[in-house]
Design a protein around this ligand. Sequence first.
Ligand SMILES: [Zn+2]
Length: 414
Amino acid sequence: MSNARLLCKLLRLKEMKVTWFRFEDRGRELHLGVKPYKNGCRCSECGRRGRIVRRATGERTWKDIAILGLRVILHYCPKEIDCPTHGRIQEEIPWAAVHAQVTYRLEYRVCALSQIMTQKAASAILRMSSSTVSDILHRVITRTRAGHKIRGLVTLGVDEISYCKGRKFATIVYDLDRSCVVWVGKGKGRATIDLFFNEQLSAYQKRQISWASCDMSRAYTEAIKHHCPNATLVIDRFHVVKALNEAVDAVRKEEWRSLEGDERKAIKGLRWLLGMHSRNRTKGHTRMLNKLRSSNRRIHRAWVLKDEFEHFWNYSYVGAARSFLKRWTTTALRSRIPSLRKFVATLKEHQENIISFVERPLTNAVGEGINRIIKIVKNRASGFRTLESFADLIFLTVGDLDIPAQIPSRLRTL
Ligand SMILES: [Zn+2]
């Protein structure tokens, strides 16, 4: 066996022949001259074989996976061919995508590692800077998603998420049936969500959407009503609960500000207790809250109302849920607590879309799996500065397209 063939076997270089090799950088870099084996002279656009026009254009290099700390670089001078359809064009490179500076298998490895670990860890294993890793990732994801179309979207979820340490916002659209992210857009207003409906979906696709879930922001609800004529809108349960919790907490804050001394002490440490679901409370917690009945009636009342509202989510008949809501809002209004009155106003505005939860308990939290992963993604890289890098990792981990699977299977060696 010749040295070149041995190298080919050892490095598992498929569909290519090694023509020469040399070590550089004091033995830390292995440079290989290669050429396509059997599969040369194909058009990079359509894959058809063409006549060679120019034997050798300028030499190009591709970075390959490093082995045992040895960087591997491939060299080849691509030929120019004449394709019946595309004219004069550079031949297809079997081991790398058009214009790519790294091989398919390195791209695959970058994707596979970035899916399961932090970018820092991945770049340490790959012996690359993390900016190179995210650069490669961005190219692969942009390339593989370029021709990708959203398909079969019936149940849609819209949510906003912050990045860049909470300073910037993005809108995320989920396919709730398949539990994946189909779109990520900059900003959180009506213009952003309109962009999704106008650019990503056809009129037919919009009509196919029959369920949608979002928070209570008018930008999203109005956009869904406008674009999806057949969709039943369900306000995401977690956003309703969150709004109620905030209203209760506002009461606590208000009391805290107005009280002094012992009275203030009595409501100390209540913040997390008030926000807790009744199911998670211990007897001790309940005792603490019951004490409020004598020490602070306003907070106690707000808390009782909050607890009662939990029943709403258990209804299975629309009529019953509706009358519950009516009873509850009347009691809440009678409490004369401004923040609760404000909550009631919001509730009334979205009443129908909150009640539709009874018909279908839809929530972006099916999505919770997705949300959780997005949070992990967020924590993995310490603060994304650009939406692109954030969106890249979302698409890679919870996107509707399996990105590593888009790389030719024969080149997916790890
Ligand atoms: Zn062609």
